[in-house]
Unconditional design. Structure first.
Length: 177
């Protein structure tokens, strides 16, 4: 700013610059919101092989877009590394549709076990994660199994061991080793 400007002119210029910056921020927030919505749609699409969205990260992004967190909070807050993510290396549980191919099922089950071991997932979370990855016939079967258990007054299946046994009894032939 030039020293020949009066304090009033300097204040007016500062207000104009502030308004321009605020307009740019609002535009960028809108653009980021649209990109996040596209990301959510992409993650929800059935063709997507990795549908997991880190809700903490999405929430943080939305708060920043809406201006719910101050600039200082954003700068000071350390970025948490998402579980199972090391740079571009992402590990996720594959989906299972209920194919009646024992080899495919066992391969899927073994992959789940390896992911659980790698990510160090707690037993009660395993049931929920696998249930989220069941699609088509497998998802319908699981929902019916839970409904039957509820009608009979049985408790929810809370352990991975029990869920794995139920999956095996359904999707593996009894004679299969």
């Amino acid at each position: 700013m030039s020293s020949s400007l009066t304090p009033k002119q300097v204040a007016e210029q500062a207000l104009r610059e502030k308004a321009e910056i605020e307009a740019q921020v609002k535009y960028l927030q809108t653009q980021l919101g649209q990109l996040l919505e596209e990301k959510r749609k992409w993650n929800r699409s059935p063709n997507s092989s990795h549908t997991r969205v880190d809700s903490d990260e999405s929430e943080r992004e939305e708060n920043n877009i809406q201006g719910n967190s101050s600039e200082e909070d954003t700068i000071r807050r350390p970025r948490r590394r998402r579980e199972g993510n090391f740079g571009d290396f992402k590990v996720d549980i594959p989906e299972f549709e209920g194919q009646l191919d024992p080899d495919y099922f066992l391969d899927w089950l073994q992959t789940d076990e390896r992911v659980f071991e790698y990510k160090d997932i707690l037993d009660d979370k395993k049931v929920k994660l696998v249930a989220l990855k069941l699609r088509k016939y497998a998802s319908i079967w699981w929902a019916n199994l839970l409904a039957k258990r509820a009608r009979k007054g049985k408790g929810k299946i809370r352990t991975w061991t029990k869920m794995r046994d139920k999956l095996k009894s359904k999707f593996l032939p009894s004679h299969y080793l």
